[in-house]
Ligand binder design. Structure first.
Ligand SMILES: Cc1cc2nc3c(=O)[nH]c(=O)nc-3n(C[C@H](O)[C@H](O)[C@H](O)COP(=O)(O)OP(=O)(O)OC[C@H]3O[C@@H](n4cnc5c(N)ncnc54)[C@H](O)[C@@H]3O)c2cc1C
Length: 188
C-alpha cells in the first residue's frame, strides 16, 4: 500500500508553508474563549478565506472559498497550521452549526445576508437549544413561535446559552406546531 500523499498534495503542502512564512507576522494571538474576535483576528480570518485555508468548501457566492471537498487537503491545512502553531481560522457555533444549516435549508436571501458575515466573525451567534426540562432531550422543548404580521413571536425560555453576552444574534430551536416533529430553527 502506498501511503505517500503524492506530488499534487506535496505541492499543496509547500504552498501552505510558503503562505505561512510570508504571513505569520499577521496572525493574531490565540483568542480567549468566549470573546468576540478582535479586529486582528477578523483580518486574519479574511486572509485565510481568501487563500482557501478556512471556509474552504463554502460556496464563494456566500463568502467562502468555493473549493471542492478534499479530505487530504483539509488534513494538510490542519497539519501545517498546527505545526506552525498558528490559528487556522475562527471556530464558533455560528460557523460550525448555523452556517451548515443555512446552506442546507436557508433561503438565498438568508444565505447572502448571514453566511459571509458569520464566516468573517463580524456577526457572532449564540445557540439557543437547551431549556429547563429540555437538555439532552431536545424533543421535549417547549419554546413556541407563531407568525404574526410576517414576524415570529417567540415565547419560552432558553438556558446554558454560551457567548450570549458577546453575541449579536441567536439561532434557536422553537416549536411552530404542537404536533411532534415540527421544530424550526429561528434566527433572532
Ligand atoms: C459549558 C456548557 C455550555 C453549554 N452551552 C450551550 C449553548 O450554548 N446552547 C445550548 O443550547 N446548550 C448549551 N449547553 C447545554 C448542553 O448542550 C446540554 O444540553 C445540557 O448540558 C444537558 O442538559 P441538562 O443539563 O438538562 O442535563 P439532562 O439532559 O437532564 O441530563 C442529565 C443526566 O441524564 C443523562 N441522560 C439524559 N438523557 C438520558 C437518556 N435518554 N438515557 C440515559 N441517560 C440520560 C445525561 O447523560 C446526564 O448525565 C451547554 C452546557 C454546558 C455544560
Amino acid at each position: 500500500m502506498d501511503l505517500d500523499y503524492g506530488p499534487q498534495y506535496d505541492a499543496f503542502r509547500a504552498e501552505i508553508r510558503a503562505f505561512i512564512n510570508a504571513h505569520r507576522h499577521l496572525a493574531p494571538p490565540s483568542a480567549t474563549r468566549f470573546s468576540r474576535p478582535s479586529a486582528e483576528a477578523i483580518r486574519w480570518q479574511k486572509l485565510l478565506i481568501e487563500h482557501g485555508y478556512t471556509a474552504r468548501t463554502i460556496p464563494a457566492e456566500y463568502g467562502g472559498y468555493g473549493a471542492a471537498p478534499d479530505i487530504l487537503k483539509s488534513r494538510i491545512i490542519a497539519e501545517e497550521f498546527s505545526r506552525a502553531r498558528l490559528p487556522s481560522g475562527l471556530a464558533n457555533q455560528g460557523i460550525s452549526m448555523l452556517v451548515p444549516t443555512l446552506l442546507e435549508l436557508g433561503t438565498d436571501e438568508q444565505k447572502r445576508r448571514w453566511i459571509a458575515a458569520t464566516l468573517t466573525g463580524e456577526v457572532v451567534w449564540c445557540q439557543g437549544y437547551s431549556e429547563p426540562g429540555a437538555g439532552s432531550d431536545l424533543a421535549n422543548l417547549k419554546t413556541s413561535a407563531r407568525i404574526e404580521n410576517g414576524e415570529f413571536v417567540i415565547n419560552g425560555q432558553k438556558i446554558w446559552t454560551s457567548t450570549a453576552k458577546q453575541a449579536d444574534m441567536i439561532f434557536c430551536l422553537v416549536r411552530t406546531d404542537s404536533r411532534p416533529r415540527s421544530i424550526a430553527v429561528s434566527l433572532i
